[in-house]
Design a protein around this ligand. Structure first.
Ligand SMILES: O=C(O)CCC(=O)C(=O)O
Ligand SMILES: [Fe+2]
Length: 328
């Protein structure tokens, strides 16, 4: 099957904020943002030498997507950045039994905060980024750095928490194939959509594939939940920015609560267990003195109020939602 069944991604000027927001962001439709990073200092400054000379000693986390899938960031193997860059630049074909490492997302803002000055974190064509409003304890790093070469790639996946993802090229060329979340039935995690047989199979199931290529200064807008498979055409440097706007915040909030609620439930379960043991004890004792100094009853009442208010807020949001969208 030829590529004629693969749709080319549309592309627009990144300066046209109105067009981007109305046609792509609001409809969660992927697009190439031409010139997104063209004026970023990173385009002039960042190169293999720049990172080797200034950050070569830093140990950066590398991915092995084929053999290990997506590992938790803290579990990833680390290697010195200068060694990684040497390997990436050499671009030698890997041997058969060892998967080559991929610097697939270095969260650099703590180790190299000055790099943030070389990019524009505000993404001018986007509205306000709600990620910055999160408490520090659950903050999601809004940016990471990806350095690639011909023999490494990101197999088909979706990004977590339904965020908007913006992948901006600083150096080199990347190609992506994307599939809408409404065609999830035809794909699965880890696929190589650049393999003609795999692509053929996906298309035959009735799904559409979109393809685009970006080079220095251009960006992919990857909407929430979209499947994407990204390959490197030679040596590349790219920055990924995560963005959550007002309209996408409620679903994101739900995802974040998914982190907190299991912890809360676990603590509550232990509380129930302790109360059971207390009530089944033969001798009933009066509450320990610390309950008084710790204001046990007051805090318990506050907690009940908080839960009630939370329930009311969620219920009225859902009621409005049903009404506005005529669903029940
Ligand atoms: O460039 C890559 O390898 C992956 C990019 C990606 O997955 C993203 O921007 O969400
Ligand atoms: Fe991704």
């Amino acid at each position: 099957m030829s590529n004629k069944n693969i749709n080319l991604l549309e592309s627009i000027d990144a300066g046209d904020a109105m067009l981007f927001q109305e046609k792509y962001l609001m409809n969660e439709k992927p697009v190439i943002l031409k010139g997104m990073g063209k004026d970023w200092p990173a385009i002039r400054r960042w190169s293999a030498d720049f990172f080797r000379n200034n950050y070569g000693h830093i140990k950066v986390p590398v991915c092995y997507y084929k053999t290990k899938q997506q590992e938790a960031y803290k579990n990833q193997i680390k290697m010195r950045l200068n060694e990684y860059i040497n390997l990436a630049e050499k671009n030698a074909p890997p041997d058969d039994y060892a998967e080559p490492p991929y610097l697939g997302g270095w969260i650099y803002h703590k180790e190299a905060p000055e790099l943030l000055d070389d990019i524009d974190m505000t993404l001018p064509c986007f509205p306000e980024n709600w990620l910055y409003k999160l408490p520090i304890s659950i903050s999601i790093p809004p940016t990471n750095l990806i350095i690639g070469y011909q023999y490494v790639s990101s197999p088909l996946h979706t990004d977590s928490f339904f965020v908007n993802s913006v992948l901006t090229m600083i150096a080199g060329v990347k190609k992506a194939r994307m599939v809408s979340p409404s065609h999830t039935f035809a794909v699965s995690n880890g696929l190589d959509l650049f393999n003609p047989n795999v692509a053929k199979n996906v298309l035959e199931q009735g799904a559409e594939i979109f393809e685009g290529t970006i080079s220095a200064g251009d960006a992919f807008y990857i909407p929430p939940g979209w499947w994407h498979n990204v390959i490197n055409i030679g040596f590349t440097i790219a920055v990924q920015n995560l963005h959550v706007d007002t309209h996408r915040f409620p679903l994101f909030e739900q995802q974040m609560r998914g982190f907190v609620l299991p912890i809360l439930s676990k603590i509550e379960d232990l509380g129930v267990e302790a109360r059971k043991e207390i009530s089944s004890a033969e001798q009933t004792l009066s509450p320990p003195p610390s309950h008084k100094t710790g204001d046990f009853i007051k805090h318990e009442k506050n907690y009940i109020m908080l839960l009630k208010k939370s329930t009311e807020k969620s219920e009225s949001f859902l009621d409005n939602y049903y009404e506005q969208n005529s669903i029940k």
